[in-house]
Structure formats: C-alpha cells, structure tokens
Design a protein around this ligand. Structure first.
Ligand code: DTR
Length: 341
C-alpha cells in the first residue's frame, strides 16, 4: 500500500515538473514588461495621455503587456528623451519635438503660424504628416503616436494688451513659438516646460507662451494673472519606442500598439481641448485671471508680423533639399479636412 502511494506521489511530482518545463514561455515568464519615460510632472497632459495608453494596452493585450510609467523626468529628461530611447534607457519615451527644432525639421513645421484651430485637428494633421513623410529623424525608433498641444497664448505677470506692452518683456517659449515671440518684439527665453515654474518664481521670465492648460496643471494662474489670447502656434509631441524592443514584441502585441496610433493621437487632442477650457474656467473663477482678447485690427497687426516666418522656413528648408512647399501645403490641407471644411 505504502509503495503504491509512493509511486502515485512520484508520478504527480514528475508530471508537475514536466508541465512546468513544457509550459509556453509567456506563461512562465509573466507579462512582457516595458518602461515608459516622460519629462513633465504626473498631472500634466503628456503624462495623462501616457497613463491612458498604458491602461488601454494592458486591457487590449489581456495583461500580456505590463507598462511601468516614469513621469517627472525620473527616468529620462526632456532633451535626452530621444537618445535615451535609442540607447534603451527606457523602452518608450514621450518627447516634445519643439525642444530640438533642428533635429525634427519636418514634424516641427506644424509649429509654423498656420492657424491650426485646436489640438484635435492639429494632432491628426501631425500624425498624417509623419506617416506621409516618414522623416529620417525617426529612423532609429518605432513611432507609436504623435499629437500636439492646443494653440498657444501668452500668460504673464503683467498685463499685455498690445505689442507695445510686449516689447522687450522676457517670455519663455521653445521651438516654433520662439520665432513668433521674436517677431512680436518680446525677449524670448528658451527652456523646457519643467524649468518654467522656477524661472517664473525667480522673475527670470515675466510670462510664458504655451497652451493654456498649464495655468491649472502647473498652477501658473497663481503667478500669471493675465492671459493675452492669440491662438498660435501648437507644439508637437512624439511617443517613440526602442527599435530592438519593438522588434522583440509578438505580432499580436505590435498590432495592438499600431491600432492605437491614430486613436491615441485623437484621444489626446480631445482631452487637451477640453482640459484647456476647464483650466481657464478655474483660472478665471478661482484665481481671478484676466483674459485680454485683441480687437480685430490689433489681431491683424500681430498676425501680419508672422507672415514672413513661413516663407522664410520654406526658403531655408528648400535649400536643404526638403519638399518644404509641399509640407506646408499638406499641413494646410490635412487641417482643413479634419476641421470639416
Ligand atoms: N507648450 C509647450 C509644450 C507643453 C504644453 N503643455 C505642457 C505640459 C507639460 C510639458 C510640456 C507642455 C511648452 O511650452 O513646452
């Protein structure tokens, strides 16, 4: 009897060992773990879209993929994002292309003053632009999605009601927005967004030029009591993935990531547009922020000063061998289509 029990137990033991060794790799190894780096603090829109993407991926792959997110520059910082992802410091990273204008020439064209009306339209336009031109700047990574901010406006500690009041005022901006501020006669100061709160507090700058959701997300409304509405330009962002890591993913997971490309772009655009409205309601009601809207005549004057910027961009980039005119025309055409015009 004892011997029989011994055989049975040995059989169970062997069967267990056998089934463990023969289980498919994914079942024993647990989920595929990926890291996702982001540069600004967790409550800001680049991180909100990151958390949404993570949730969506984990749901759509039935837990086959687990993403660890690193907001606030804890894994990679704003300007080191692209190279950090290429090197594999993070598997995925979110970058603001405006912080390296020379590196992302084609996609940064979206930050020309072309009158893009909102983040939803601009995000879809940028995503199409990327897919049409497949810029070399992204050859070493897999691009998962792209999106833009809502159009920029001036937030300041002092009232700016006209060009005279803007003259020589130090205002923080990056990328395409920098040239725009220069054209209006402001003293443009460049730095990535996460450095801006300190610069405002110390008085290094008297304001910033960005989409308005930052009034709430960075609590800039506590310092900047004035907003001058001018609604241009948008800032472009990309989410990129390490190429080897991408190639190592099973086909079904790659399919989920690819399907999410356009969906994530439009989700972020819609979130951003709604969030700007909420942030401004809060800024006006709770923080007493005053909003200046330029008269038609003033606005025409401000926009007129921007006209040479696109023409100069075309001329400069044509000389570099880029189809610069076609790029600008495509941005206008795609935007018109997504605006329903
Ligand atoms: N406007 C750009 C990008 C930007 C807009 N909102 C946020 C929030 C967090 C980081 C970057 C941005 C800028 O001024 O940097």
């Amino acid at each position: 009897m004892k011997r029989k029990l011994g055989f049975v137990l040995a059989g169970i033991f062997l069967a267990t060992i056998f089934s463990i060794t023969w289980m498919p790799a994914s079942a024993t190894a647990g989920p595929i773990k990926l890291t996702y780096a982001n540069f600004p603090p967790a409550p800001t829109f680049p991180c909100v879209q990151m958390e949404r993407w993570k949730k969506e991926v984990e749901k759509r792959t039935n837990g086959k993929v687990a993403i660890s997110t690193f907001p606030g520059g804890t894994l990679l910082k704003a300007k080191g994002m692209m190279d950090g992802v290429i090197a594999g410091t993070a598997d995925i990273g979110n970058l603001c292309m405006a912080y390296q204008p020379g590196r992302f020439l084609i996609t940064n064209a979206i930050a020309l003053p072309l009158g893009l009306p909102n983040s939803e339209v601009a995000s879809l336009t940028l995503w199409d632009l990327y897919r049409k031109y497949k810029p070399k700047a992204f050859a070493k990574v897999k691009v998962l999605t792209m999106f833009t901010t809502a159009p920029s406006n001036i937030m300041s500690k002092i009232p700016i009601r006209n060009l005279e009041e803007l003259k020589g005022v130090p205002i923080r901006a990056s990328g395409g927005a920098a040239q725009i501020l220069k054209a209006w006669g402001a003293n443009r100061v460049g730095m990535p967004m996460p450095e801006t709160p300190e610069a405002l507090q110390k008085g290094v700058v008297k304001g910033l030029f960005s989409s308005l959701e930052v009034m709430k997300d960075f609590k800039f409304a506590e310092l900047c009591k004035y907003v001058t509405m001018i609604q241009t330009p948008v800032y472009p962002f990309a989410v990129v993935m390490n190429m080897d890591k991408w190639n190592s993913l099973p086909k079904d997971v790659q399919k989920v990531f690819d399907e999410l490309g356009t969906q994530q772009s439009v989700w972020t655009g819609v979130y951003m547009d709604n969030h700007v409205k909420k942030a401004m309601r809060w800024s006006k009601r709770k923080q007493g922020v005053k909003v200046f809207r330029l008269s038609k005549k003033q606005q025409a004057k401000w926009y007129k000063l921007l006209e040479p910027i696109t023409a100069k961009w075309i001329e400069k980039n044509k000389a570099k061998g880029l189809p610069a005119e076609a790029i600008v025309q495509d941005i206008k055409d795609f935007a018109q289509m997504y605006s329903g015009k």
